[in-house]
Design a protein. Structure first.
Length: 458
């Protein structure tokens, strides 16, 4: 998946586990950029009695680099606080929750958001209410109208913010991808699939009907960019204080010292698929400016070598590329520097020579309306420059895009003599946005209404 449980240590710490990052020019407010960072992966909606919440002891940040050095020039920091209305009750809610201030809601969560830049820190909002989790028809009736939409806060100066539970919109066939890359639409071409007598089949969305916790902020483009430099790099992090002493006899734990980063996420699937197992925890602790240490894994990705083995005869040109140990300059451009001008007519999201895993966004490229024939969930390789890897929209099919890129789809951009294998345009896990039951909203915070725990999955 994009970054769910992608490293050994963070998989044990879900409240600090960044799962997906989205950054795009807002389709309904094109003078703004929307940044969305999801945490707490794979939430079963029926999560009682202790429903999911952000960590009060975690520092969550969305970071922006606007000068191409792989370091944060702007950071939006989010800190959370949980307050009990009725601490003597074991219940999350003691009756129906009709508003964000309803006393029936026992375990409320509030947060502050602070912007840091070269001038220092400026608190944009505090005591901002999160919505409750979507418990069910009796506990959270008319959820979005009474609770979800009411948790969108306007902070002035064109800034909106939201933090709380949302539907998981990322779609991926985990059951096939991590079963030796046995993509269901290509099973008959897989040597193991043939041995098992498997036939081609549609993908199965392993994350459907699950929820995440989302931090979303919408800000004017002018708040993020430098004059003459429209492209920004974005990533999200979670940090914990270095010292944690567990109390005895039910007392309060003690935490002290500076915050240490335990999780980060820029491009989807980077740590998940590109970085090897022994380096994943270290990668989570570093800044993007240090990513030259991992450039070797981008230049010669393990998955590119596996595809010709898993699908014998289907990728002859990719196999030759791998055998020659040809450095994948195409993947380095997509993931580590942005795409320089001259490779794709009229397009660039190049941030400079510093190798850094950041989600890049050229803010001068206008959003493509979903109703437009130019809109494509395949983003740039589908002819839509407003999609991934120039930003990431909620519905972009990043799994298929990255699978095809690794399989050699865009290598001709850097080597005009390279011939793409015929099978590459069929490479997919077989899913699209229609594989998600709860569709995204057409307004901020864009992610769909969270699934409740009462109804059976559709």
């Amino acid at each position: 998946m994009s970054s769910h449980r992608e490293a050994p240590e963070i998989s044990k710490d879900p409240v600090a586990d960044s799962t997906d990052l989205y950054a795009f020019v807002s389709p309904d407010r094109p003078e703004t950029v929307t940044l969305i960072a999801n945490y707490i992966p794979l939430q079963e909606p029926a999560g009682g009695p202790n429903f999911y919440a952000f960590g009060d002891d975690v520092l969550y940040e969305i970071k922006i680099d606007n000068n191409g050095d792989g370091r944060a020039d702007i950071s939006y920091q989010f800190r959370f606080e949980t307050r009990f209305t009725t601490p003597t009750s074991f219940l999350y809610n003691t009756g129906p929750i009709g508003s964000l201030s309803d006393p029936n809601w026992n375990s409320k969560q509030f947060y502050s958001v602070t912007r840091f830049d070269r001038r220092g820190g400026h608190r944009l909002g505090h005591n901002l209410a999160c919505p409750p989790c979507n418990v069910g028809v009796l506990s959270t009736p008319n959820y979005e109208a009474k609770l979800g939409s009411k948790a969108v806060h306007s902070l002035g100066h064109g800034i909106k913010v939201f933090a709380g539970q949302r539907a998981e919109e990322f779609y991926v066939d985990l059951g096939s991808i991590f079963d030796l890359g046995n993509l269901r639409p290509l099973e008959e071409a897989n040597v193991f699939g043939m041995a098992a007598g498997l036939k081609s089949a549609p993908g199965v969305n392993a994350t459907n009907n699950l929820n995440v916790h989302s931090i979303a902020i919408q800000v004017p483009i002018s708040d993020l960019t430098r004059t003459g430099h429209p492209t920004i790099g974005v990533w999200t992090t979670a940090s914990r204080q270095r010292v944690h002493v567990s109390a005895e006899n039910g007392g309060a734990d003690t935490r002290s010292g500076p915050f240490a980063q335990v999780s980060r996420l820029g491009n989807p699937l980077f740590n998940e698929v590109i970085v090897p197992l022994g380096d994943k925890d270290r990668w989570n602790r570093l800044h993007p400016s240090a990513d030259k240490e991992f450039a070797m894994y981008v230049a010669n990705p393990e998955l590119a070598a596996l595809l010709p083995v898993l699908y014998p005869g289907a990728f002859p040109h990719l196999a030759a590329l791998v055998k020659a140990r040809t450095a994948r300059a195409d993947l380095e451009a997509i993931l580590l520097t942005g795409i320089p001008s001259g490779l794709i007519p009229g397009f660039t999201n190049f941030t400079g020579p510093v190798l850094a895993d950041m989600l890049r966004l050229n803010t001068r490229i206008p959003p493509t309306p979903a109703s437009s024939p130019k809109f494509s969930i395949l983003g740039l390789i589908g002819g839509d420059p407003a999609g991934f890897p120039n930003c990431r929209r909620v519905t972009d099919d990043v799994v298929t895009i990255e699978l095809r890129a690794i399989a050699g789809k865009v290598f001709p951009l850097v080597d005009h003599s390279y011939v793409v294998d015929a099978v590459v345009d069929a490479v997919t896990d077989g899913l699209t946005g229609s594989s998600v039951s709860h569709k995204p909203l057409n307004r901020f915070p864009y992610l769909g209404v969270p699934y409740d725990g009462y109804h059976e999955p559709a």
